[in-house]
Design a protein around this ligand. Structure first.
Ligand code: TYM
Length: 331
């Protein structure tokens, strides 16, 4: 049996990228493994949220993850900050993380560009906290999207370094996981890069978007003047829309529009209309569940309490063993 850990930052609502990159895999994996799922609220502090919005974001992410199929009776669901053991393990690991390797991390370099006025030390040491999240349960599988690949590589580095430094074989080296296939990267609707929470309006489709809003976003998505040649390679903005269609639509729908494109017969209006419809159909049951769960504070409270208790057992054991290995011992 594998130990699986999955997490999400509490910085906004869940979008299709989160779902297809990380949640879908976790929903399957939770049944066959020892599965931990948590909401990374410590991580979200790098963006300096105001207290009220931090709390409501944590709740929203919790609700949307549960609505997506994570079963708290099967997986251990908890809030990161309910486990102070994670903060301690982070502290212990950060002593063996080198500035150079942290500064070279792609996500840090991107933050320097996008968050210029707030380059705090939490951003620099973000991969160390993420490593602590994972190895605190001695996990070996981490279902994530492609964007987290480098962080997983760093997690392995920190785990390996700890083992070598203390001459133990304590931490496993966790692998990013997608059922043997390459990791998923869901693109945004705006023709650029990936779907993300902070990529601006019109980029992401959120799981709780209304049908009207989905329709509007998809119809506005960037296209071009149409294929010039038969069987030509699709430009990025068109390829992106097809990539989204691939995950939400039926296979024959995808093939239909792909054939039309290849024969130069595609009408982008029809294509987008179908895509919007399929996203709406995909989202509908999740949105229903979101509405139910949002109003059930008593249930949510029970879920996180029970999750924290279970997760702390595993976390406390690891931290106590790590202290012993490092030489932090009682007199
Ligand atoms: P976050 O909150 O940005 O995203 C949560 C998960 O969703 C995946 N994801 C995507 N997958 C495919 N296509 C996309 N467009 C897309 N956008 C997001 C992410 O890869 C991720 O799996 N650092 C993490 C949170 C974290 C974590 C952890 C994850 C903290 N500690 C420990 C796993 C294990 C993050 O910011 O993900």
């Amino acid at each position: 049996m594998d130990i699986v850990v999955s997490g999400i930052r509490s910085t906004g609502n869940l979008h299709l990228g989160n779902y297809f990159g990380a949640v879908k895999n976790f929903v399957k994996l939770q049944h066959e493994n020892r599965a931990f799922f948590f909401i990374a609220d410590y991580h979200s502090l790098t963006t300096h949220p105001v207290p009220a919005s931090l709390h409501s974001n944590v709740k929203q992410v919790l609700v949307e993850y549960l609505a997506s199929g994570i079963d708290p009776e099967v997986a251990t669901v908890y809030i990161q900050s309910d486990l102070p053991e994670i903060a301690e393990l982070y502290l212990l690991l950060v002593m063996n993380a080198y500035n150079g390797e942290l500064e070279r991390c792609t996500s840090f370099k991107e933050k320097i560009k996008s968050q210029g006025e707030n380059i705090n030390a939490g951003l620099l040491t973000y991969p160390v906290l993420m490593a602590a999240d994972i190895i605190i349960h001695k996990a070996n599988k981490v279902p994530v999207g492609k964007d987290q690949e480098q962080h997983l590589e760093m997690t392995r580095t920190f785990a390996r370094r700890f083992n070598r430094m203390y001459g133990v074989e304590y931490f496993p080296e966790p692998q990013a996981y997608n059922f043997g296939k390459s990791l998923v990267k869901i693109p945004g609707l705006d023709g650029s890069g990936k779907m993300g929470k902070s990529e601006g309006d019109g980029n992401a489709v959120f799981l709780n978007d209304t049908p009207e809003s989905i329709q509007k976003k998809v119809m506005k998505a960037v296209t071009d003047s149409g294929p010039q040649e038969v069987n030509q390679k699709k430009p990025e903005s068109i390829e992106n829309l097809f990539a989204i269609m691939k995950v939400v639509s039926r296979e024959d729908t995808y093939k239909h529009f792909d054939d039309l494109y290849n024969n130069r017969e595609i009408r982008y209006g029809d294509f987008k209309k179908q895509l919007a419809e399929d996203i709406i159909t995909f989202n509908a049951p999740i949105r229903e569940k979101i509405k139910d769960l949002e109003n059930d504070d008593a249930y949510l409270k029970k879920v996180v309490k029970q999750g924290a208790e279970k997760a702390r057992e595993s976390a406390a054991k690891t931290v106590s063993e790590v202290r012993e290995i490092i030489g932090i011992r009682k007199f």
